[in-house]
Design a protein around this ligand. Structure first.
Ligand SMILES: [Ca+2]
Ligand SMILES: [Ca+2]
Ligand SMILES: [Ca+2]
Length: 489
């Protein structure tokens, strides 16, 4: 299996483009140097995992999406024709087309190159995946060509290429007015019928809202009906005239910062209850907080990053970089090394209203973080608090992969909180064990609740109906067309 950031049985490394490794993997193989942990429990061809579009160290087996595998019996002879090229959609660093045992229909993967190397220049290597491991491999031959060279006759069977897709993977605060857009090309004798474009968002097929233009071999599609302050999950699939398709997952949100209050996890109070509304990116740099007044942290050390004057473990972030930060040339930070019982206070000023709260965090185990309102004096120790709700975080798999969790009640139902004026919120991690990291939370006005009938009574020949949340009561003198009423059992 791929280990050490792009090492395996066969390695292709570009000095500037990173390393991609392919390995024939058996179920008992392990990643790295340990011989008895991290078993593959998989037999077949494995390669660098997909983990974004930047060369990085976290592409080893078990560190990405886990989808870059082809199940087969590696103790039998197989032939692989592998075409590697830069990912035209910039979703992974590379795209891999794998033709197995003479088939002209490829299995296509998005791959992320690793930063591992055994030699600083570009090279092709053949060997074991990690120095401490025993291994055996029978190879008849291998050869290479420079460039993306497809097998003879395979050219007309390449699925459509999605060459640009906006928004990118796991983008946050994406402007809804930008919509979704993609470019798709195909080659040879293939074409792209507009009916082959399918868009699914949050479980609904919204393909009808796609505007598809261009020529039969080069098309652009746009979708402009994005709502603000919405978390979107979905996929875009494009099929050619023969039904060969390419699919891209979509995961992004359309939060608009100006509509709510955005609080960076690393921007906890300083100097005993001091705070700033709307700080600039990395605007609390160097500010020292007071233990047991502004925070509680279990280790007296710190990463030495961002706010190294106190004990809270702030560090450079690994979440998708937000435009706000890249535009400002600022570094993103988050809070790591979170241990059981640690808490942080955040004071901000809120326009009066009901708010939903979304926490941006990563976790390798299910975690419940608590959001409380500080009711005592935020400048003194021993503050009293009341509960506002819980963030029940579903593991994101790795600490460098972030997702949203909405504040919910004890039953797991989303809830809104009423905030007005200067408020101090406290984020507590009662059970954390260095398995959760916090990036920010976004406090966004809750949508108006729909009208709701609260009671309907009959007394002295009069029907009294009470309802909440506005609206207008309407009536109709007959139900038309005529319907038949049936007794309830
Ligand atoms: Ca610490
Ligand atoms: Ca800590
Ligand atoms: Ca942050």
């Amino acid at each position: 299996m791929t280990s050490d950031g792009g090492k395996g049985n066969f390695v292709v490394r570009q000095s500037l483009g990173g390393a991609i490794a392919f390995s024939l993997t058996q179920t008992n193989d392990t990643t790295g140097g340990a011989t008895n942990v991290n078993r593959a429990n998989f037999a077949g061809l494995t390669m660098n995992e997909f983990n974004g579009n930047q060369v990085n160290a976290n592409v080893n087996f078990g560190q990405g999406t886990g989808t870059n595998v082809i199940a087969l019996d590696p103790t039998q002879w197989h032939e692989f024709w592998i075409v590697l090229r830069k990912d035209p959609a910039n979703i992974g660093t590379h795209q891999g087309f794998i033709y197995l045992d003479g088939s002209l229909t490829p299995l296509v993967f998005r791959i992320t190159a690793g930063d591992g190397n055994d030699y600083p220049q570009s090279y092709i290597a053949f060997g074991g995946t990690a120095t401490p491991q025993n291994w055996a491999l029978d190879v008849d031959f291998f050869g290479y060509k420079i460039g993306a060279e497809f097998p003879p006759g395979a050219f007309d069977k390449i699925p459509p290429d999605i060459t640009a897709l906006s928004p990118g993977d796991n983008v946050t605060f994406y402007p809804p007015g930008n919509g979704i857009s993609l470019s798709v090309t195909t080659q040879g004798t293939n074409s792209l019928p507009p009916s082959g474009f399918k868009l699914t968002l949050n479980g609904a097929d919204v393909s009808g809202g796609l505007n598809v233009t261009g020529t039969p071999q080069s098309r652009t599609a746009t979708y402009t009906n994005l709502a603000t302050n919405t978390i979107y999950k979905g996929e875009i699939m494009v099929s050619d005239q023969a039904g060969r398709s390419s699919t891209n997952k979509l995961l992004f949100d359309t939060f608009v910062e100006s509509t709510g209050v955005l609080i960076e996890a690393e921007d906890y109070n300083f100097n005993s209850g001091q705070f700033a509304d709307n700080p600039a990116p990395a605007g609390y740099f160097g500010f020292a907080a007071t233990p047991l007044v502004d925070y509680f942290d279990k280790t007296d050390t710190t990463f030495g990053t961002y706010r190294d004057a106190d004990e809270v473990d702030t560090q450079s972030g690994t979440d998708t970089v937000r435009a706000k930060y890249s535009d400002a040339g600022a570094t993103e930070y988050d809070v790591g090394l979170v241990e059981a019982g640690e808490w942080l206070n955040y004071t901000r000023t809120y326009p009066a209203g009901n708010y939903n709260v979304f926490l941006r965090a990563s976790a390798t185990a299910p975690q419940q973080l608590l959001l409380d309102r500080v009711t005592g004096d935020r400048t003194q120790p021993n503050q009293t608090t009341t509960s506002l709700g819980t963030f029940s975080i579903t593991p994101t798999g790795r600490l460098n992969v972030y997702g949203y969790t909405q504040l919910n009640d004890a039953s797991g139902n989303p809830l809104s909180v009423n905030l007005s004026g200067v408020q101090t919120l406290r984020l507590t991690a009662p059970n954390a064990n260095i398995d959760v990291q916090e990036n920010f939370f976004f406090v966004v006005p809750a949508p108006a609740a729909p009208p709701r009938i609260t009671s309907a009574t009959i007394s002295n020949g009069m029907i009294t109906i009470l309802w909440a949340n506005g609206g207008t009561l309407q009536s109709k003198t007959s139900l038309d067309p005529q319907i038949t009423w049936t007794d309830l059992e």
